[in-house]
Design a protein around this ligand. Structure first.
Ligand code: XMP
Length: 538
């Protein structure tokens, strides 16, 4: 890989990944590493001559609570450094300035006055005051602040409550901002970060997914040689894009294993087969394990127990298939590699700084430990990419837009969307009701944005409630099941709002489900936000 690169040192802020995403959106390659890497590590990282700049992230902590510092080498490499929030404070402290704690936190919107005509903020402003001062609308979140500039620095930005809201040493190209340019609330944040990486660091914007394919293909071929690879295909975005990419690289040396646990959405299995076996001509083994899964789930109603059973069976079935493919047989030399759709956020979270507590939701598809058990080497061709980039890559590889921009679907599938005991009849009813909901979301366009309600929601689905209610249809009384519709909007799935879908849309969905799915006579809409509710019902 010949790309210029930016190093982001993570001091544990909730929004560090956003710094990386903004820089990647400027088509510049960057990597996030924990702040407690050593100076030797930093020098090693820079040894190939491609490191063009360093960003020090914010932190959830105060400089007085933790003694996290940037490794000294960061200031000695001769490359530009940008400190954000805590990153600016630690820079100030390490270079001879002063930081003071404060009892009051400044949190939220602020207007910052640009000062000193620095290269970083030149001509970047949201408005100009009558006195001619350039002003920035920013987002702040800090208690401590820099109270004395380090030698060599000048003032770059200020607010009435934070007189040193930005500082610059233009000879060394060291900059600090107390506000957060990586969040979208900071209107010029993107312009500021682009200015830093493209102009001040002088990187070339050559990180483009379309071009990445050739590079990734070459890397896979180099890694794998003429050996064979197996991959667990779930139909989700990550495993699908990984499969398409690896197939592009090594064709028939890849075998995909698709385990159908009987808890997939309507026609999902057939669609996955049609796409990968039909259109891409990839080798796909479809394992119909629905009887096994539904059999083991019979009589079990506890959500966690259901998850455990599904997870265990999934690994068992996958292992059994993999074992067939790893032993040399008539059709295969025996696979030596297990491919996984691990993406960059998983990598960052598992390698986080010791001070950071990452909250991760694990999926049973993330079959940890399997490569060792099966004696396989691990192939992870997406481990440098963010989700947005994985999607772009998927489209560039020719996967259908609808597949690549699909809402997330939990590993245990409909198993956690049928409350209590899972039965095949329930799953069949739920599949049909859910397909109607999704179809209507896709076909209903919101006029202001011109987008469909599917694209305007982050996740939407139907939940099967194993209770019966009375209804009337024609001349007869019905006594049938109830479903709940759930649609949420969220940026990180940690918190979520229920979506304010138009009544007309809800009415159409409810009418169609009740008329078309015999066995369901009542439809409700879930108006609970997360927290305190979760997105899934189980
Ligand atoms: P909750 O329900 O916790 O869901 O608000 C947050 C996100 O995680 C997904 N989810 C799962 N994904 N295995 C998965 O692979 C699971 O067991 C699981 N449980 C929840 C959920 O769909 C949502 O996107």
């Amino acid at each position: 890989m010949q790309h210029d690169k930016i190093l982001i040192l993570d001091f544990g802020s909730q929004v560090t990944q956003l710094i990386a995403r903004r820089i990647r959106e400027a088509h510049v390659y960057c990597e996030v590493h924990p702040c407690d890497v050593s100076s030797d590590w930093v020098r090693g990282f820079a040894a190939d001559g491609r490191l063009k700049g360093v960003v020090l992230s914010g932190s959830h902590a105060s400089v007085y609570e933790v003694d996290d510092k940037a490794p000294e080498a960061v200031y000695e490499l001769g490359v530009p450094v940008l400190g954000i929030c805590y990153g600016m404070q630690t820079m100030a402290q390490q270079l001879g300035g002063k930081v003071e704690g404060s009892h009051t936190r400044e949190f939220g919107y602020a207007e910052v006055r640009a000062r000193g005509h620095t290269a970083l903020l030149k001509d970047i402003a949201d408005f100009t005051t009558p006195e001619g001062h350039g002003m920035l609308k920013v987002w702040m979140s800090h208690g401590d602040k820099v109270t004395e500039l380090p030698p060599g620095f000048k003032l770059m930005a200020s607010t009435p409550s934070c007189p040193i809201a930005g500082m610059a040493d233009e000879a060394r190209r060291f900059y600090g901002v107390q506000f957060h340019p990586e969040v979208t609330h900071t209107v010029q944040g993107r312009a500021l970060l682009e200015r830093f990486v493209l102009e001040i660091c002088g990187t070339s914007p050559d990180w483009v997914m379309r071009d990445h394919i050739a590079e990734a293909v070459e890397k896979i071929r180099e890694q794998v040689g003429d050996e064979e690879v197996i991959l667990g295909l779930s139909g989700g975005v990550d495993s699908s894009v990984a499969a398409a990419l690896i197939h592009r690289a090594i064709g028939d040396q890849l075998t995909c294993v698709f385990v159908d646990h009987g808890l997939l959405r309507l026609n999902e299995g057939d669609m996955v087969m049609e796409m990968f076996a039909g259109k891409l001509h990839a080798k796909v083994v479809r394992v119909d394990a629905s009887e096994l899964f539904l059999g083991e789930l019979a009589g079990v109603s506890d959500p966690e127990q259901k998850r455990k059973i599904i997870g265990r069976l999934f690994v068992d079935v996958f292992k059994a298939e993999a074992a067939k493919l790893t032993s040399s047989g008539a059709s295969t030399k025996g696979a030596k590699w297990l491919a996984q759709g691990t993406i960059y956020p998983d990598v960052i979270e598992s390698g986080g700084a010791k001070s950071k507590k990452a909250v991760t939701i694990k999926s049973h598809h993330n079959v940890g430990g399997l490569p060792e058990q099966l004696g396989l080497k691990l192939l992870e061709p997406l481990r440098d990419l963010f989700k947005d980039e994985v999607r772009e890559l998927g489209v560039a590889l020719g996967l259908p837009h609808d597949m690549v921009y699909r809402h997330p679907f939990p590993g245990p599938g409909l198993g956690v969307r049928i409350l209590g005991e899972v039965k095949k009849d329930y799953a069949d009813l739920l599949r049909r009701a859910d397909a109607i909901f999704i179809e209507e979301l896709r076909s209903t366009i919101e006029p202001h944005s011109g987008k469909s309600w599917y694209d305007l929601t982050s996740q939407a689905f139907t939940v099967f409630l194993p209770v019966k209610s009375v209804g009337v249809m024609g001349d007869g009384r019905t006594y049938d099941y109830v479903v709940a519709l759930r649609a949420v909007q969220t940026s990180d799935f940690m918190t979520a709002d229920w979506a304010e879908l138009p009544y007309s849309l809800l009415k159409r969905v409810s009418g169609r489900i009740i008329n078309e799915v015999r066995g369901i006579n009542r439809v409700t809409y879930d108006v609970s936000s997360k927290p305190p509710a979760t997105i899934e019902w189980e």
